[in-house]
Design a protein around this ligand. Structure first.
Ligand code: GRF
Length: 208
C-alpha cells in the first residue's frame, strides 16, 4: 500500500476526488495516510474527517518564523511515513528541504496547460481570470512533479478544456475541475502507486 499525504488549503474538491477514487477502487493500492491544511476551518478538513482520515492543520500563523512552519510541515509528513505527497490546491510554497527529501514523490495539480498561466502569482481563481483576460479559447489542467521551480517540474499529464463565450472565472474554474482536474489527479496517483510512472532526464515516462 502506498501511503499518500494530501496537502490542501481550501474547499478540497480534488481531495474528494481522491477519497472517492480510493473508496471506489479506481485508485488501487493507496492509503490516504493524512490530510494537512495550512488553513483552519476549511471544508477539506471536514471531508477528511468524514472519511476517517487523520486531518491536521499546520498554519504559518502559529509559528514565529517561516522556517519553524516549514520544519513542522516536514515533520508531520515524515511522521505519516508518506510515500507520495499530493498538493491538491495547496497554496503554500513548498520548502526546498521538502522538495529535496521527497524528490519525484511530490505531485501538484495546476489549473492551466503549463507553461501557460503558471508561475508566481498564478494560483486558484487568478489563473482563470488571466486566461479569460487573454482570451484563450482552450485551457485545461496539468499534473506535474514538484521540483525547485514554480510549476516547472516534469509534466505527468494534461487535459484541455474549452473556454466558452460568457464564461466567468468561477464558471471556467468549475469546468476545468470537472473535465480535467478530478480525472487527472486520481489517475496520476493510481499510475504512481502501481508503478506506471517513472522520471528520466526530467521527463515522465508512462508504462501501461
Ligand atoms: C484547484 O483548481 C487547483 O487546481 C488549484 O486550486 C483549486 C483547489 O480546489 N490549485 P479544491 O480545493 O481542490 O476544491
Amino acid at each position: 500500500m502506498l501511503k499518500v499525504v494530501v496537502l490542501v488549503s481550501g474547499g478540497g474538491t480534488n481531495l474528494q476526488a481522491i477519497i472517492d477514487g480510493v473508496a471506489a477502487g479506481t485508485i488501487k493500492n493507496v492509503e490516504i495516510a493524512g490530510v494537512i491544511s495550512n488553513n483552519y476551518g476549511v471544508k477539506s478538513l471536514e471531508r477528511a474527517e468524514k472519511a476517517s482520515i487523520p486531518a491536521f492543520c499546520i498554519s504559518p500563523k502559529d509559528f514565529d518564523t517561516r522556517e519553524e512552519f516549514n520544519n513542522a510541515l516536514l515533520d508531520r509528513i515524515d511522521s505519516l511515513s508518506a510515500d507520495l505527497v499530493v498538493l491538491a490546491g495547496f497554496l503554500v510554497r513548498i520548502p526546498e528541504a521538502m522538495v529535496k527529501k521527497y524528490s519525484n514523490r511530490i505531485i501538484n495539480i495546476h489549473p492551466s496547460l503549463i507553461p501557460s498561466f503558471c508561475g508566481v502569482g498564478y494560483y486558484g481563481l487568478k489563473v482563470h481570470e488571466k486566461a479569460l483576460e487573454r482570451g484563450v479559447k482552450v485551457t485545461g489542467a496539468t499534473v506535474h512533479f514538484v521540483n525547485e521551480g514554480m510549476d516547472e517540474g516534469p509534466i505527468i499529464a494534461q487535459k484541455a478544456v474549452e473556454v466558452l463565450e460568457g464564461d466567468t472565472p468561477e464558471v471556467l474554474q468549475r469546468r476545468v475541475m470537472e473535465q480535467a482536474e478530478w480525472i487527472l489527479l486520481p489517475k496520476a496517483i493510481d499510475d504512481f502507486a502501481n508503478g506506471r510512472l517513472t522520471v528520466s532526464d526530467g521527463k515522465v515516462l508512462h508504462k501501461n
